[in-house]
Design a protein around this ligand. Structure first.
Ligand SMILES: Cc1ncc(COP(=O)(O)O)c(C=O)c1O
Length: 439
């Protein structure tokens, strides 16, 4: 079994994360519960950032907060000196509440609302990543009304397919995101925005997909964009100070996954951008990236209590946990794979394979198929690894199941950073029927 970060087995044969015994965490906070290894998040943040700094490359590493956003997480991102990518008014509002430096906030999205853009302008965020022509008009109108100038990046689709699951591909031509680089739309958007006195055009952005295991997609995208920038440099006399190559750096969910290390991704990107800009005698732009999953994914573990079981003779043994697609929808959505152990006795001898069912009323609510585990007894605790990205952030109240709490652990201490939802929370927004029937 592969353990990430500070995760290990202690002398009691219990799983320990951040120096904290997970069995004690369960006694204190109940299950399901998300546990984050803060030291691992810091290590990843530094690995990305330090690689740029050590090579003397101007950069911004923006945490793609859709992977996991909460006030404490944003506080941590600020402590580590990263920037922040938000994609909605809700994420932006969380950044405001976390007192995140607004000049390091980048706002993404293919359909930003007027109220969301107004919030961004009122708080003077670092830049808006403009996605489409509608947004150019809307943002310009709002800037005019507020008499403000805003820094922008233009999101382009460079026509690169990253080798990963289809559902999480975003950089190919047929995408809902961005201006197409090949068909002239990106050039039209660039000309429009350069001509406007309300925009400071910082440069281009692309995001080619997610859970990408090698650097080829990133370097190809960089090359295509710089080729285009060379044309525009000649034609429009414009060269942008910033090139943002997005996120998508892969992580190890199971031993089938073999991602590069953060510094390898960064080095290969830098080499390509240097090579291509040198070739055209262009200046080196600042390089920005937006890792989400690779900062928090491996740092998260979900602890569940095992409850019911079902044996289908000669077919499969099911065991059910007290969560499921309500706290981790990725297996149902993407057929995502995870590894897991019994947190209360991870080194016990494996007896059989068990398929881990969630508790939601959906046959598709299966977390892991055919997981080797020791003989199960009541109240065993299952630790599912690598749930730190798109777990809590995609959690939902399907079947009116309250969302689990989030605990940060570091140096032997635990801290509650998101409370468990209660049944009162579940009905908080409900209003009774105003009955029109006289009884
Ligand atoms: C524009 C953009 N940047 C960054 C990311 C983060 O991707 P990942 O979590 O795979 O690093 C995403 C994910 O969808 C994205 O759409």
């Amino acid at each position: 079994m592969y353990f990430h970060g500070t995760t290990k087995v202690n002398e009691k044969n219990h799983l320990e994360i951040g120096g904290v015994d997970t069995v004690n965490l369960v006694q204190k906070y109940g299950t399901p519960v998300y546990v984050y290894d803060v030291a691992l998040i810091r290590e990843r943040a530094r690995a990305f950032k330090d690689t740029f700094d050590q090579l003397g490359i101007k950069s911004q590493v923006a945490y793609a907060s859709k992977a996991f956003s909460s006030i404490a997480m944003f506080n941590l991102v600020k402590e580590e000196g990263l920037s922040l990518d938000v994609v909605s008014g809700g994420e932006l509002y969380t950044a405001i509440a976390a007192k995140f430096p607004m000049d390091r906030v980048h706002f993404h999205g293919n359909n930003k609302g007027k109220d969301e853009l107004e919030l961004a302008l009122d708080y003077n965020i670092g830049c808006v990543v403009v996605d489409n022509f509608y947004e150019i008009e809307l943002l310009q109108q709002l800037c005019m009304e507020k008499n403000k100038k805003i820094s922008i990046l233009l999101r382009v689709t460079p026509g690169i397919e990253a080798h990963t699951h289809d559902y999480i591909l975003t950089g190919q031509e047929d995408s809902k995101f961005g201006f197409d680089l090949q068909n002239g739309q990106a050039e039209q958007a660039l000309i429009m925005t350069l001509e406007s006195k309300y925009f400071n055009v910082l440069g281009l952005h692309c995001h080619i997909g997610s859970q990408i295991f090698d650097s080829t997609g990133f370097t190809l995208a960089a090359r295509k964009i710089i080729d285009q920038l060379y044309n525009w440099h000649n034609k429009l006399k414009y060269f942008p100070p910033v090139l943002n190559l997005g996120g998508g750096f892969g992580i190890r969910y199971t031993d089938e996954d073999e991602p590069l290390s953060p510094d390898s991704y960064v080095k290969e990107i830098i080499i390509e951008v240097q090579k291509r800009t040198n070739y055209y005698h262009l200046p080196l732009p600042e390089i920005w990236i937006e890792p989400g999953r690779s900062l928090v994914g491996e740092a998260g573990t979900t602890l569940y209590t095992i409850g019911s079981s079902k044996d289908v003779p000669n077919v499969r043994k099911y065991i059910a946990v007290d969560g499921g697609m309500s706290d981790n929808i990725r297996p149902a959505l993407y057929e995502a794979k995870y590894e897991a152990v019994l947190a209360n006795r991870p080194l016990d001898v494996v007896e059989d394979s068990f398929s881990i069912a969630g508790k939601c009323c959906e046959s598709g609510d299966m977390l892991i198929w055919d997981l080797p585990l020791p003989k199960i007894v009541n109240d065993d605790i299952l630790a599912v690894f690598c749930t730190g990205a798109y777990g809590y952030s995609m959690a939902n109240n399907y079947n009116r199941i309250p969302r689990p709490p989030v605990i940060f652990v570091e140096n032997g201490e635990d801290q509650l950073v998101v409370k468990r939802e209660t049944y009162e929370d579940i009905i908080r927004l409900d209003l009774p029927l105003e009955s029109k029937i006289n009884s």
